[in-house]
Ligand binder design. Structure first.
Ligand code: AMP
Length: 506
């Protein structure tokens, strides 16, 4: 038997000496280049190094390191060795890391050298071996892999074998580890290669973090599988990205990337983007206003896609066909999607808003050691309940209207924050806006808006409410508008609505 995912990722048939990763120097040039063969060989040495340290197939390898080609090779090493890659955001404090390590009980913990001291006692407590890795040829794990032979045979893994465990954003309750299998990841990557027409001629700008499904699976598995090349940015810097656009063909980003790119002088952005094939956005809603502004500035209509940790990617706007702003398009080829009544689970007629549910080879099998949470997440007949609310329009496009837990019920009527946010975003003077419900004696919940002005004009609460009344049914219009400099967002660009609710209640 072969190794389901690793073997497929390196079977693209391109010349192995071709560059796979070019680390950008931030000015449109190269700082460092690694070929497909360099990355494959490094990952095999790393897989052997992990085995030397006592890792066995199925063991978790917990990793909290900076983004680097070495960190990417470590992910591939886990696939090759049949280990479960457990990446953690570098932003987590040592205190937060404790939870994840105690929960996952990894055999090996690989951290940035700066983190080592703070985590030594945790490693002792849990019995995990502690090593370090940094992209600039530093760290004990880097040294260990350097001296390994490269003849490691990828361990036999079938489609069900666990490949990675990613903790979900955990906006409610404690974070849960979603276990993704080789088959989940491969089927999803194949779907995306096909709907986005990826080929070995593509050059993808990779500026996303790699502790999350977007940067790790979408932006790595898809180019690897198709033999495309990566231009690697450790973080998003609009100037550095614009400098690389002329030699790239695809950018994958979160909406914040696009909002920041738009701050570049219009003629420079337009010229830099002239030969791009595709701009993709996901992980958080792309407002129709931002979609329109980017198209006006560059001539490119962004392709929005929708997915989540537990399912990988679910839907995407089409390459050929209308790229409807505010919609996430159609289900991917292997994914089935339906809209049901949130309470009863009964499928709803087309056009009605309800819970989005999915089924397919992309859907994970469950949360790590939390069978009750896993049961709650699935219907009896196997549909996964995403927690997102949406509707399918008469042309079959999926429109998301928010998370079920963000739905506002005011005076018995449903208000979908995304609808009110889209109207607010389109008003002059508004850079971005979020809408939340807060408990209210009279209404049950009261609609409130938090607005970040763009500085182009003076905004006040009364004026905005009056403008909204002209465009929305009365019950949807916020009763209160609060101004902030910028909306609080997490690493993936998602607005942290819980913090906004807390702010309004305090
Ligand atoms: P995560 O598991 O961290 O990737 O978060 C998944 C959630 O992000 C989904 O359930 C959606 O609520 C949200 N999300 C992802 N992509 C989109 C999108 N294109 N538009 C709106 N929400 C999105």
């Amino acid at each position: 038997m072969s190794n389901h995912l690793f073997d497929a990722l390196f079977a693209q048939g391109v010349d192995e000496t071709r560059p796979f990763i070019t680390v950008s120097d931030g000015k449109g040039g190269d700082a460092r280049t690694l070929s497909f063969s360099d990355i494959r060989r490094m990952s095999l040495r790393m897989a052997r190094a992990l085995a030397r340290m006592g890792a066995r197939p199925g063991d978790r390898i917990c990793v909290q390191v900076r983004k680097s080609p070495e960190a990417l090779a470590l992910y591939l090493a886990c696939l090759a060795g049949g280990y479960v890659f457990q990446p953690l955001n570098m932003a987590y404090t040592a205190e937060e890391v404790r939870y994840f390590v105690r929960d996952a009980k990894p055999r090996i913990l690989i951290v940035d050298p700066e983190r080592k001291e703070a985590l030594t006692d945790l490693a002792e407590e849990t019995g995990a071996k502690l090593l370090t890795l940094r992209g600039d040829w530093r760290g004990s794990f880097f040294m260990l892999q350097m001296v390994q032979p490269e003849n490691f045979e990828p361990v036999a893994c079938d489609a069900q074998a666990p490949a990675a465990m990613l903790y979900t954003s955990g906006t409610t309750g404690r974070p849960k580890g979603a276990v993704l299998s080789h088959g989940n990841l491969l089927s999803n990557a194949r779907d995306l290669v096909s709907v986005w027409d990826f080929t070995e001629n593509d050059v993808l700008i990779h500026a996303l973090p790699i502790h999350h499904a977007h940067g790790l699976f979408v932006a790595i598995n898809v180019p690897l599988l198709s033999g495309a090349r990566l231009i690697w940015h450790e973080r998003f810097d609009a100037n550095a990205i614009v400098a690389d656009l002329p030699r790239a063909s695809v950018l994958m980003g979160v909406p914040t990337f696009y909002a920041r790119l738009l701050k570049t002088p219009a003629h420079r952005l337009r010229r830099a983007a002239a030969n791009m094939r595709l701009f993709i956005s996901g992980s958080a809603p792309l407002s129709p206003a931002l979609h329109a502004a980017f198209e006006e500035a560059t001539g490119h209509a962004i392709v929005e896609r929708y997915g989540m940790t537990e399912t990988g990617m679910i839907a995407s706007l089409p390459l050929n066909g209308a790229r409807k702003p505010g919609s996430v398009g159609f289900a991917l080829p292997s994914v089935s999607l339906r809209i049901v009544d949130r309470e009863t689970g009964e499928p709803l007629p087309q056009g009605e808003t309800g819970m989005v549910e999915v089924k397919g080879p992309n859907v994970f099998s469950g949360y790590w050691q939390q069978p009750e949470k896993t049961d709650e997440a699935f219907r009896e007949d196997g549909w996964f309940i995403t927690g997102d609310l949406g509707r399918i329009d008469d042309q079959g496009y999926l429109h998301l209207v928010g998370r079920a837990k963000d739905l506002i019920i005011t005076g018995g009527l449903n208000v979908y924050p995304a609808e009110v946010e889209a109207v607010l975003d389109s008003l002059p003077g508004v850079a971005e806006a979020a809408v939340v419900g807060i408990p209210d004696a009279e209404w049950g919940e009261k609609v409130c808006a938090i607005v970040a002005p763009d500085g182009s004009r003076r905004l006040d609460e009364k004026g905005l409410i009056a403008a909204l009344k002209e465009r929305l049914a009365g019950y949807k219009v916020p009763k209160r508008v609060v101004f902030v400099d910028a909306l609080p967002r997490n690493a993936m660009g998602k607005v942290m609505k819980d913090s906004l609710r807390d702010m309004l209640l305090s």
